[in-house]
Design a protein around this ligand. Structure first.
Ligand code: GRF
Length: 195
């Protein structure tokens, strides 16, 4: 939507992280493009020392550290904060906490996640190691809606790469992460266009 100054009114999103924040960085980068339809308004971390918090700070994005899934009271506080900031979509990017069911209900169809495998294959942790052990020919990443079952919500988009003979879990991780940085911003755009 265009405002009275002829500028695009961007949609506010929040990104939840627990660590490095390379996906956060790529989402912010895309959000700053003139043609982007979204704005990273809030970064939430369950870890005070998450490296990604430094990325938010550098870009003057509000951040919030909370261990929210431990109690309903804390979760409600987060929901209030999201509401106050007019957050329309929550993007989990390396967020290691399980989102409680009532929180998912409160943001129904508006929480998405990125996972480093071609879901429904390889849900959970250590995906690259398991993919290599099973001698898969392909791997990749998936952006999906968050549902009450881990890594099981409806798939939004996927990207695939070929596994080469000399690949290792480390080299695959590097290649897939590069892919994630492309896939997540496109997926956000797709989801927001359908809101
Ligand atoms: C990514 O591989 C993502 O798919 C997974 O956790 C990792 C987070 O990396 N869910 P980063 O913090 O975005 O660098």
């Amino acid at each position: 939507m265009v405002n009275l100054n002829g500028k695009l009114n961007k949609i506010n999103i929040a990104v939840f992280i627990s660590g490095r924040g390379s996906n956060l960085k790529s989402i912010i980068k895309h959000s700053l493009k003139k043609t982007s339809i979204y704005n990273v308004k809030l970064v939430l971390s369950d870890k005070r020392k998450a490296k990604g918090l430094g990325i938010a700070k550098k870009k003057d994005i509000k951040s919030y550290v909370t261990n929210f899934t431990n109690s309903r009271k804390l979760s409600n506080r987060v929901l209030l904060k999201l509401k106050k900031n007019n957050i329309k979509l929550i993007c989990l990017a390396g967020f290691m906490k399980i989102i409680p069911e009532y929180f998912i209900r409160a943001y129904d169809g508006k929480i998405i996640n990125i996972h480093p495998s071609l879901l429904p294959k390889y849900k959970g942790l250590n995906t690259h190691k398991r993919v290599m052990l099973n001698k898969e020919k392909f791997t990749g990443c998936t952006v999906h809606y968050v549902s009450k079952q881990l890594d099981s919500g409806e798939i939004i988009l996927q990207k695939k790469i070929i596994i080469r003979k000399d690949d290792t879990p480390k080299s695959i991780e590097k290649k897939v992460l590069k892919l994630e940085h492309k896939l997540y911003p496109i997926s956000i755009k797709k989801v927001l266009a359908n809101l």
